[in-house]
Structure formats: structure tokens, C-alpha cells
Unconditional design. Structure first.
Length: 139
């Protein structure tokens, strides 16, 4: 069995964003040389997410508005976590809802997606460098 590991770095200038990282993950699969296996993609920061969904701008705005209703950024005093001097408790909650990682089958040297599926990096407390781990195992 072969194993491949790579870190992707992101520096989102705004607080929140959704970035389609499918092309970068497809490149990792090509670099790995693995034809049959599994690809794990996970956010290595507790205020960011990796998830699979449709690459449709209206849906992304819906996600952003829905998450902001579930866990609004302000007032920051509403969250006990922010009493530590942080202002990102909402980002921790948003990450919990959107998830930490995805696993995608690799078949014939390609990501084995369903219709319209794409991999996204979700940033909920941007303005600093953060990384995503890509780990691919297989033959």
C-alpha cells in the first residue's frame, strides 16, 4: 500500500469564505500515483471546515446566512469562549456544524464523486494562514 501526504495552505483575507479546493485535491491524487484507495481531506484548524457540496454561489450565500443565524458573530459578549480575549466563538460553532473532514474514494486514479459534488474549504475566522491536510492511501 502507498501513502501520500501534503499540506495545502490558505490565507483568507476576510472573516468567512468558501473556497472550492477540488482542483488542488485532484492534483494531489495525480501526484500520489494512487489508482485505487481513499483520500482524506481535513482542516487542521478548529475554526475552519472541509465539506462536500455543490459549487453554486446562491447555495454558498445560503450557507453563510444560515450559519450566521445559527451562530452570529456579534455580539461577541454572548459567548463564554470570548471571555478569554478571543472573538471567534462563533467560528468554532460554525466549524462544528460544517464538519472537519471528508473522505472520498479514489477509483481509476480519480476522485469518485456523485453528481455535482465538489470539495470546499470553509473559513470562519480568516485573516491568518491555515492549513488543510490531504492524506491518500491505496495502490
Amino acid at each position: 500500500m502507498k501513502s501520500y501526504r501534503k499540506e495545502l495552505w490558505f490565507h483568507v483575507p476576510q472573516r468567512r469564505a468558501f473556497i472550492n479546493i477540488t482542483p488542488q485535491i485532484e492534483e494531489c491524487v495525480r501526484e500520489s500515483g494512487i489508482r485505487e484507495g481513499l483520500c482524506l481531506v481535513n482542516a487542521m484548524h478548529i475554526t475552519a471546515s472541509v465539506f462536500i457540496n455543490d459549487d453554486e454561489p446562491g447555495l454558498h450565500r445560503d450557507f453563510d446566512e444560515w450559519l450566521e443565524e445559527l451562530a452570529p458573530h456579534e455580539p461577541i459578549a454572548r459567548y463564554r469562549h470570548n471571555r478569554t480575549g478571543e472573538d471567534n466563538a462563533d467560528a468554532h460553532l460554525k466549524r462544528q456544524v460544517m464538519g472537519r473532514e471528508v473522505v472520498v474514494a479514489v477509483t481509476g486514479g480519480r476522485l469518485d464523486f456523485g453528481p455535482w459534488e465538489q470539495i470546499f474549504y470553509g473559513e470562519f475566522d480568516g485573516r491568518r494562514p491555515k492549513r488543510v491536510l490531504v492524506k491518500i492511501i491505496g495502490e
